[in-house]
Design a protein around this ligand. Structure first.
Ligand code: NAP
Length: 201
């Protein structure tokens, strides 16, 4: 398991996940569209396990979470260096219902398949995208059980790594299998979008 998690995007989703990652004892590196200096206060809030770097350095981590607006996903991925088998967790959502600009017609692909096609050599796992950021920011576990976190991807080893991360930060992982099938379930309009379940342990 990677000791340092890179989170590309430090908005509502990125910061919520960063808080759980540092609470689990791992280090986190963050970036935004501007500069590391603009994340000084967010890093202070997260404590000594957090730091801010340029996007290219954050994306070089062994395990990277993508938490940026959908309309900048493909342009950003296309300018990053090859992934060489590293795992990319796709937490993004193609929020077309918000009438945001769309970089591409998805052409029958799920959004995560488009992410996979745009991130050469990455092992893409879709996760952390079905719950609102306000819920992601809450503690993942309470007396009623651990909140369920779905994941999907085509590489079994990468899915296992992400399952361990999900488990370690306090959620109950539910592996949906392939990227195409699992992502269609998770993305906006899919039956798992917004579904907030708990598993009693
Ligand atoms: N919000 C939700 O409830 C929710 C739930 C599930 C999934 N999602 C999905 O998760 C993704 C992030 O959502 P969010 O609500 O966290 O968005 P957000 O609050 O608007 O934050 C987006 C972050 O991405 C950064 N960013 C934009 N372009 C970038 C670039 N080229 N390089 C590095 N960082 C960049 C922004 O930087 P700046 O601060 O410099 O602009 C900001 O830190 C979206 O795809 C969204 O659809 C959202």
């Amino acid at each position: 398991m990677a000791a340092t998690i890179g989170i590309v995007g430090s908005g509502a989703v990125g910061r919520a996940l960063a808080a759980h990652v540092v609470a689990s004892g791992r280090n986190v590196v963050l970036c935004n569209s501007r500069s590391p200096a603009t994340l000084e206060s967010a890093v202070d809030d997260l404590g000594p396990r957090a730091s801010a770097l340029e996007t290219s350095a954050v994306a070089a981590a062994d395990l990277v979470v993508l938490a940026i607006p959908w309309h900048v996903v493909v342009p950003l991925l296309e300018q990053l260096p090859p992934w060489h088998g590293r795992t990319l967790i796709d937490a993004t959502a193609p929020a077309s219902h918000l009438r945001l600009p769309q970089p591409h017609d998805l052409g029958g692909l799920t959004s995560s398949e488009l992410v996979q096609a745009s991130a050469a050599g990455a092992r893409v796992v879709k996760a952390f995208c079905t719950l609102p950021a306000s819920v992601l920011a809450l503690p993942p576990a309470n007396a009623a059980g651990r909140r369920v976190m779905f994941l999907s991807g085509d590489d079994a080893e990468a899915r296992a790594v992400v399952s361990v991360l999900i488990d370690d930060i306090g959620y109950a992982p539910v592996d949906l299998g392939s990227l195409a099938a699992g992502s269609a379930l998770q993305q906006p309009g899919g039956p798992l979008a917004g579904l907030d379940l708990r598993r009693a342990d």
